[in-house]
Design a binder for this molecule. Sequence first.
Ligand code: HEM
Length: 637
Amino acid sequence: TELTGVGGSAPGSRVLGAATPGGVQGAEPLAGVGLPGITEMILEKLSEFSKLSFVEDMYDNMFCSVAEYASHLWRLAPHPYHPYDVAGFLSGKFMTLVATTVAARRLDINDVQLIIQVQWCGVTVQMCIVRYSVIGILTSFLIVLLALVLVPYLRELLSTDHRPPIIGPITNQLIHFHKLHDYMTLMAKKYPTYRLITPSHSEVYTVDPVNTEYILKTNFANYGKGEYNVDIMSDLFGNGIFVVDGAKWSHQRKLASLEFSTKVLREFSSVIFKSNTAKLVKKISLLAASEESMDLQDLLMRSTLDAMFQVGFGFELDTLSGSNEAGNRFMEAFDASNGLVYWRFVDLLWKVKRYLNIGSEATLKEKIKIIDNFVYELIRNKREQMKNEERDKEDILSRFLMESEKDPENMTDKYLRDISLSFILAGKDTSANTMSWFFYVLCKQSRIQEKVAEEVKIATEANGNDHTSTDEFKIKLTEVALDKMHYLHATLTETLRLYPAIPLNGKCAEKDDVLPDGFKIKKGDYVGYMSYPMGRMTQIWGPDAEEFRPERWLQNGVFRPQSPFKLTAFQGGPRTCLGKEFAYRQMKIIAAFLIYFYKFKLVDESEEATYRTMFTLHMDKGLHLTPFVGFVFLYDV
Ligand code: HEM
């Protein structure tokens, strides 16, 4: 064979050993010590080789050196080694030894023709080629290539800062992508905090409420969206509130908080939620009359998009009726681009694909163009409208447009596009998905459906025998009536506990840190809190954690909230969901309307719903229900 040993070292003078676990591992504790490295020693030995009469002499010689070196390292180490580190260290040294010995036993050092040295991710891979031959050179390059791929993983995996449990490389998520949240739950049941590694950083996932509070609130300053997330999301969401940190975030947060606290927006949105839900009831009544089943998730997605669009842009999209061609195209493009952006989190080649404009990235670009054309047109129209018409518009875009007149330099059309799209994203799928799981559970547990219906009738004083129409119900469904619906509030909250609309979320560390449970975090690491698994942890919710039980939220019939770091569906801390109250109001209105007018049954009662892995917890195959006219005789809808 022409190929000889493969050795490796840490950068610069800290040449320590093979590009193997131990070589990398051993590099850490010696920072700055400046000892001669193993590879240097090996090469030195190799150069002496020609002077030795027997290969065995050299082997013994070198073994002594390595052992000596290891014990030296051991003494110098500033802290006791973890057994895990020691295993990595020794196996690395062992592999260096084997590789070099094999080479040394078969070769004459004078034959060495070329030493290849490649530095990658702070690790040096060295290799010597002894006699030129095509196979030798090809094999060498293949090994270098393999090392380039493996070294970063090994480096992350065996970094002295990492402690078990490391459950594997990030590709584990790709392997389990289909049932990602259940895989993460399974792991979390074994390890409340664990680490996945990538070539460039590691990802720490936790279900520990103390860790969650720490990253979301206590050490908020150190945990932002991070470059990694921004990179992935900014093509679609630009500088929208979901993507940005720092001053840009504060500006939008302040502006939006002001808007959300206004009575105008509250009243305007309630009117829209009610009139949109009345349209939904009408649509369902047609299906009920013809005893047709329906995909309620699809209807809810359309209905919430229409509502959010009206609240956000003051414009009727009317995707529920499906009659607006442009609206349908926008919805299709928006949904598709959401899924494509999420795919980037597991697609290691997305940047290459974007550069070459191929595959999923080419589709994403096309969809974003459709979205942009649609939204920019809306902004232009709105500006025109505002020049000619009254200026006390209630929708979010108009209010931001008025703001933009004070600060035209920063609040450009692009900025307005990003803000408005973020609100659509925030309010559309989250509420529709939550409602879908809510109705799914209510179909599985008719006792809960009946209890909610009973509460709605009592709170609205629409007793079910008075032939209430949707118009009359709208009037009866006052803010006071909504506030009385504690059981409904608890049922929605229980839905969010077990089926959180954003099942997995997290932040990136700006600086090295240590989590309250001792996990070390390096700058650039992702720290995720896992809302879906958290809802299933007995240490948080007790032995019945996996049971759907709205009563856990009630005390003497009154809803009692819990820590946002246990129920993380709306996140917690300074970046807590701005639309929480808004969303509860919308969901209660939809639930009250639908449950008042209909009873729902699953088309296939035996089927268990599953999710599609994406940003939000979307039901994979939709929610196919049969509506029955419920507690009132329905007319005049
Ligand atoms: C069931 C419904 C909803 C759920 C479960 C939900 C959940 C969340 C979560 C988890 C976040 C944190 C996202 C992150 O930073 O990564 C968030 C942020 C946000 N939500 Fe909601 N949301 C819902 C509905 C709404 C609605 C209806 C609106 C507004 C119309 C809204 C507006 C926002 C905004 C503006 C933020 C960004 C806050 C910030 O970064 O400072 N959300 N929401």
